[in-house]
Design a protein around this ligand. Sequence first.
Ligand SMILES: Nc1nc2c(ncn2[C@@H]2O[C@H](COP(=O)(O)OP(=O)(O)OP(=O)(O)O)[C@@H](O)[C@H]2O)c(=O)[nH]1
Ligand SMILES: [Zn+2]
Length: 192
Amino acid sequence: MIEFYSKARLPSRFGSFEIYVFKNDENKDHAVIVHGDVRGKSDVPVRIHSECLTGDVLGSMRCDCRDQLIESLKYIGSQPYGMLIYMRQEGRGIGLLNKIRAYNLQDQGLDTVEANLEQGLPVDERKYDYAVDVIKYFNIESIQLITNNPEKLKYLEEHGIKITKRIPIIIPPTKFDEFYLETKKERMGHLF
Ligand SMILES: Nc1nc2c(ncn2[C@@H]2O[C@H](COP(=O)(O)OP(=O)(O)OP(=O)(O)O)[C@@H](O)[C@H]2O)c(=O)[nH]1
Ligand SMILES: [Zn+2]
C-alpha cells in the first residue's frame, strides 16, 4: 500500500512538472514526477525508474541508468501528459552497500548476476506493487511503458494495469557498460 503525502510544482530543464510524494508500508518515500493532467487518461507514457545513486546522481558509466532517466524525462516532458515513478529500490532492491559489494566482485570478473548470487542475494529483489498503486491512484485507464525489461511488463499486466504499448529505451553501449548491458540482454532477458 502507498499513501499520498504531498505535492508541489517542479519546473525542470525537461519541462514543467509536478512532484508527488507517496510513502509505502516500509516508510520509504517514492517520488512521482507528473507532466500534464494524467488523471483518467489512456495511453499515458510511464517510466518506472529504479534508484541508482551512482548513475543517476554521480554520473557513473558502469550502467545506463542516468541516460535512461534523462531520456525518459525529456520524452515525458515533450508529451501532453506522462509520469515518471522514481522507486527507492537502489541496486535492484539490495541497497547501496550490497550493490557496491557486487561492483567489487564485478571488478574481479563476475557479471552482475553472479555478483548478487555470490553474496547470497537474489538477482533482482525489486517489487513493482507500489508502482501499480500509483497508477491506480491517478485512475489511469492505460499506459505506454518506457522499458526494455519484460519482468516489469509482466508484473504490471498481471496486476491489472493495461499496457497499450512498450516504448523501448535503448542507450548505445560504451566500453564501460557494454558487458553490463550484454548481461542484461543474455541473462535477464532484456529486449534490446
Ligand atoms: N545489484 C545490482 N544492481 C545494479 C547494478 N547495476 C545497476 N543496478 C541497479 O539496477 C537498477 C536499474 O535496473 P536495470 O536493470 O538497469 O533496468 P530496469 O529498470 O530493470 O529495466 P529498464 O526499464 O529497461 O531500464 C537500479 O536500481 C540500479 O541501482 C549491478 O551491477 N548490480
Ligand atoms: Zn545504474
